[in-house]
Design a protein around this ligand. Structure first.
Ligand code: SAM
Ligand code: SF4
Ligand code: SF4
Length: 338
């Protein structure tokens, strides 16, 4: 078993397959910055599916059991189902999931399921068309995401819904979202707004804490906590009292979970990051394209993981107080994937 400096094993790999997106969520890719002239990665810089498969095999050899395909918007990557199919063939990989904004699911859910995808997490921040259109920066309609969720369900995929909660932006949607998804078979999870990247101008005062979310929910429908499904599960789980219907909260700001963080991240151009809030990554594309053997690449990954000490969320207060003069350039969420 491969452990880092804080005795955390390598278990999960998040693979970003594109830095592009058909949304411009203001907390992730504000359109003032990600405009028509933004220098997105060009095709030759992206890892090919064959390169991703090869790296994934190496990660699985080192202990990875679960993979999440993300982005940007992963369903924009042409023939993404073919990547799923290739990953599905890797022995020892037990779980393949995709994070998506959902609008392309009506087109791709069936082929993804057939290719071996197990689960999708669909992001939806409001059921109000006007607020949702503003949040996604493109005026996209709630129904376009609900249609994606329905298509995924029909295709036989397990579906979870993720809602990022921001004070003054969509806090009024907490209870309506819970009410709506309580009547479906999907688990809704609220995500505390995080200071990922540099472009969203994050401020702690914009965060609605796990406690506040719980208080608001409990007023409408009493909840009871339930144990995690497995050690290191990111979301705290709750059940609506007297039912088996689950709801979750991901509280990276006010109730941190670094001590059980087993996630590595691979950017679309093949850089390995060991924390969502990292400033630097390790280039794996270069050795891949220079003809390194699997065992040479495995050694690089092993070294990176064994030296890992990341616990940004636990140190957030201290780090935010001591930002170096030249800034602390964290990677953007759209680059590294959520
Ligand atoms: N485009 C896909 C989507 O939206 O699901 C996948 C990539 S997106 C970066 C992954 C997740 O990160 C989404 O659920 C999104 O809402 C979340 N996210 C992005 N920026 C965030 C932030 N600053 N704080 C919390 N969650 C964020
Ligand atoms: Fe795109 Fe997802 Fe970021 Fe929204 S959160 S801009 S959908 S990558
Ligand atoms: Fe993992 Fe970094 Fe998030 Fe902590 S802050 S849980 S180490 S990704």
């Amino acid at each position: 078993m491969l452990d880092d400096q804080l005795k955390r094993p390598l278990r999960d790999l998040r693979i970003s397959v594109t830095d592009r997106c058909n949304f411009r969520c203001q907390y992730c890719m504000p359109k003032e910055i990600f405009g028509p002239d933004y220098p997105f990665l060009s095709k030759k810089h992206l890892l090919t599916f064959e390169e991703i498969e090869r790296l994934t095999r190496i990660f699985v050899n080192l202990g990875v059991q679960k993979v999440r395909i993300t982005g940007g918007e992963p369903l924009l990557r042409r023939d993404i189902h073919k990547l799923v199919q290739m990953l599905h063939g890797i022995e020892g990989l037990h779980d393949i999931a995709i994070s998506t904004n959902g609008v392309l699911l009506p087109k791709y859910a069936d082929s993804l399921k057939k290719a071996g995808l197990h689960r999708v997490s669909v992001s939806l921040d409001s059921l109000d068309n006007q607020r949702f259109g503003q949040i996604n920066g493109q005026g996209a309609k709630v129904n376009s995401v609900l249609a994606g969720i329905e298509a995924a369900e029909k295709a036989g995929l397990k579906v979870k819904i993720n809602m990022v909660v921001q004070k003054g932006i969509n806090e009024q949607d907490i209870v309506p979202m819970a009410k709506y998804f309580k009547e479906t078979s999907h688990i809704l999870r609220f995500i505390e707004y995080m200071d990922v990247g540099n472009v969203n101008g994050w401020n702690k005062s914009q965060v609605i804490s796990k406690k506040e979310i719980l208080d608001r929910l409990n007023k409408e429908f009493p909840l009871e906590p339930v144990a995690p499904n497995y050690p290191g599960e990111v979301a705290s789980r709750f059940m609506y009292k007297g039912t088996t219907k689950e709801i979750g909260i991901i509280s990276s700001v006010t109730d941190t979970f670094c001590s059980t963080c087993t996630r590595a991240r691979l950017s679309a151009e093949g850089r390995l990051f060991t924390c969502l809030f990292a400033t630097k990554g390790t280039d794996l594309r270069k050795p891949l394209r220079l003809g390194a053997t699997d065992s040479e690449i495995q050694k690089v990954v092993k070294n990176v993981w064994e030296r890992r000490t990341d616990r940004y969320s636990e140190e957030r207060q201290k780090l935010l107080k001591n930002v170096p003069k030249d800034g602390r350039k964290k990677v953007e969420m759209s680059y590294i994937g959520g």
